[in-house]
Design a protein around this ligand. Structure first.
Ligand code: AMP
Ligand code: MG
Length: 306
């Protein structure tokens, strides 16, 4: 009989989410990898004075020197903007700033203000050359739809470099698996039921080994007003939350950077255009609509929970 393998878990709050790493590796190794989140937060958070993103957002149209990590995130962000016909847009910073999804106030922004900010939300005006980026005066970037994916990849690589061969990273909606479970079988990852208890109720499950699952949904940062759910994924054409009856979409692939960017784009695009975009990137995707209908890549090995 196999002796039970003891799992260790470390956790911490970063990027506005609760992040955990679970693995049979020693706790101090897991903790050292998790602690690196603080370094990435210092670079990529728009709220940290002196971060690369803060510098870009305070650059008044002047070029800004950025490090290789910020560059990697921006490259993918600009590529996804083009690939998704503008659905993924990091230049929505000021528009996002008008919304109150997390402070419990349930107040709608002034439509005239939204219009004004949208005029500056043109990703094609962002120029990335080597390690220098220039954004037009008045444009501000927000990496909330992509940075966590990149950081997950980096932390997973850090675990591998520290000799870890089996681990599960769960950073809010971003899951990354390093190797298989300690018993050699693939990890089983549950997809959160939007209306269910966090981490306890799932509507589907997918196997994962050295891959990532990233979910974008309307249930995390949102408020309700007069029967409408206003959530944090904005339609870049209007500056208002996307209203397409999609509750959640999950992308499954190798790179969490790609998965994070594409999942946000898939949400905005909806199933028809979205599954097409996912296929072009070799990414598996699955959507859940508010009437219970599911749209997904037929090659995806997925089990639905009743
Ligand atoms: P995610 O949970 O990865 O889909 O990211 C949602 C976050 O990305 C939001 O909280 C905003 O910070 C930002 N965001 C909102 N709408 C968009 C969009 N259309 N394109 C890119 N980022 C967005
Ligand atoms: Mg995303």
């Amino acid at each position: 009989m196999n002796a039970e393998i003891r799992m260790n878990q470390v956790s911490g709050d970063y990027f506005d989410t609760f992040n955990t790493i679970t693995s049979p590796a020693p706790e101090h190794i897991l903790q050292a990898a998790l602690d690196e989140c603080a370094v990435y937060n210092q670079m990529l958070s728009k709220f940290v004075p002196g971060s690369d993103v803060w510098k870009i957002n305070h650059s008044s149209g002047q070029p800004v020197e950025i490090n290789e990590h910020t560059r990697a995130v921006l490259e993918m962000a600009l590529e996804m903007n083009q690939a998704s016909d503008g659905a993924f847009n990091i230049a929505l910073g000021p528009t996002i700033g008008l919304w109150h999804f997390t402070d419990g106030t349930a107040v709608l922004p002034d439509p005239a203000e939204i219009k004004k900010t949208l005029a500056k939300a043109d990703c094609s005006q962002i120029v990335l050359l080597g390690n220098t980026v220039r954004v037009p005066e008045g444009t501000e970037i927000d990496l909330g739809g992509i940075a966590k994916g990149y950081i997950c990849d980096c932390i997973a690589d850090s675990l591998r470099a520290r000799g870890v061969t089996s681990a599960l990273l769960n950073f809010g909606g971003n899951v990354v698996t390093v190797g298989n479970r300690p018993d050699g079988k693939a990890w089983t990852i549950g997809l959160q039921r939007p209306s269910g208890e966090r981490g306890k109720e799932f509507w589907a499950a997918v196997k994962s080994c050295d891959s990532t699952l990233v979910t974008s949904g309307i249930y995390e940062r949102s408020f309700h007003l007069n029967g409408v759910t206003y959530h944090h994924i904005l339609d870049p054409r209007t500056g208002w939350p996307v209203q397409n009856h999609i509750l959640t979409v999950t992308a499954i692939t190798k790179s969490s950077l790609l998965a994070d960017a594409i999942t946000t784009a898939l949400f905005v695009l909806g199933p028809e255009k979205g599954l097409n975009l996912a296929q072009r990137y070799g990414v598996s995707a699955v959507y859940l609509r508010d009437d219970g209908k599911v749209f997904y890549d037929p090659d995806l090995d997925i089990v639905f929970v009743k």
